[in-house]
Design a binder for this molecule. Sequence first.
Ligand code: SAM
Length: 432
Amino acid sequence: MPSDLGWAAGGWYHSFELPGGTRIDGHVSLEVLRERYARFPIPADLSGKRVLDIGAWDGWFTFEAERRGAQVTAVDCVELESFRQIHSRLGSKADYRILDVFDLRNAGLGRFDYVFFLGVLYHLKHPLLGLEIVCALTRETALVDSYVTDGDTWRERAGETPTMEFYETDELAGRLDNWHGPSVSCLMALCRAAGFARAELLYAGGDFASVACHRRWEPVPAGADEPAPELLTVVNHADYGINFASQGDQYLTCWFNCERKQLDRKELRLEVEGFGAPVLFLRRDQGARWVANFRLPPGLAPGWKDVRLRLAHSGFGEPVRIAVDIPPRAEGLAIREVCGGRTWSRNQVLPGDEGMLSVWVAGLPDNADRANLRVYLGAGRLKIDFVGPPDASGSRQINARVSNELQPGSHNLKIAIGEVTAVFSRLVEVIS
Ligand SMILES: C[S@@+](CC[C@H](N)C(=O)[O-])C[C@H]1O[C@@H](n2cnc3c(N)ncnc32)[C@H](O)[C@@H]1O
C-alpha cells in the first residue's frame, strides 16, 4: 500500500464511523476505504458467504464485509487492540485469528468464497508462495492489492517483461518489512502463476494496484457456437501418470483435438473440478492434435476429478478423470498372462529398442498408472509405457520396455504397486 509507507507505527490506520456517531479518523480516510471496497467485483449482499480478511489490521474490511452479511474470519500476524475494540463496539461475530499467512495452509479454516489480501503481498519474503496459499483458500475470487513500481506508467510498458524490485533491507520507505515491488504486469502474472484462472486489473495509479483474482473462467458467452475441443489424454507433466498431489507444485499435460488452423493459448479454458487452470504452453502436435500444459489448481480436495476443456467461444467437451491424493492400494495382484510385445510369443521377449513386454494383471486399483506401478524382470526394473483399461475379466494390460542390458536367459517377473507384489508363476525368457 502506498499510503502506509512512511506512516509511523501507532494510532489508527483505518477510519471508522461507529453506531452512536463516534468517528475515528485514521491514516486512511473512510472515503478511500469505501472507494477501494467499491471496486471489488463481489455481490453487495454477502449473506451466506464466507470471507477471509488476511492482514486485517484495524479491521475496516472485515467489519464492512460482515455488515454486508458475510461470515468473516480475520487474520493478522500481530494482534491489534484496535481490532478488538471495534469488534466489541460493533458486537461483531467475526472470528479473529492471530496467524501468519504461511501458517494458513494447516490452520483448518476451510475454503472461503472471497479472500481479501489487501496490502500484504509486498510484506512477504515469499510472495508467490503467499499467493498460492491465498489461491488454495479461495472458492471464487481473491482481492489482491499491493504496492507497485509503475502504477502510472504500466500502460506504456505493456509488452515488456514483468519485473520485481527486491528490497533486502530498508530500501523501500525505510521499512524492514517491505520485501518486493512488482510492476503491474508482474503483479498480474504472479496471481496467475499462483494458480488463479484469471487476474482482472481493477485499478492502478501512483504506487498502488488492485487485482481481482478469479478461480473460475468467465461464463461461456451467449451465442458461443464453436465446436468444443476433444480432450484425449491428461497426465502429470512430471511422470506421465494420472495421479497428482494437491500440496505439490504440479502441472497437467493435455492432448486434445481441435480442427482450428490457428489457436492462441489464451483461448484455452481448462478446468479441474470447476476451478480454472491457467495455460502455460501450447503447441500443435500432429494434424488436429495439440498439446498444452496447465498448472494444477491449488487446494483440491482428495478424490477423482473431472478435467474439462473449452475454448473462449465454445462449450466444454467430454471430461477426462485424474486422481488427486489417492494412495494406490491393491488387495492382491495376479499376473494372468505375459507375452513379447513384438513376437507375441508367450513368456518370451526380445530385448532392445523395440523390446516390449506385455503383461495382463488382475487386481490393480483404478489409479494404477505408469508411475506408481513397478515391473521387475530379473534384477532390473522396466520402464512402463502404457497401462490399459480393464478388459472383460478385469485384467489390465501393462506394456514395459526390455532394454538390451538384460542378459538372455530365464528371469523372474514381478509386479508391484504400493506394498502389494505379485510374482509370475512361470519364468520369462529373454531371447537374443
Ligand atoms: C499495510 S497493512 C494492510 C491493512 C489492510 N489489509 C488494508 O489493506 O488496509 C498490512 C497488514 O498485513 C499484516 N501482515 C504483514 N505480514 C503478514 C503475514 N506474514 N501474515 C499475516 N499478516 C501479515 C500486517 O500486520 C498488517 O496488519
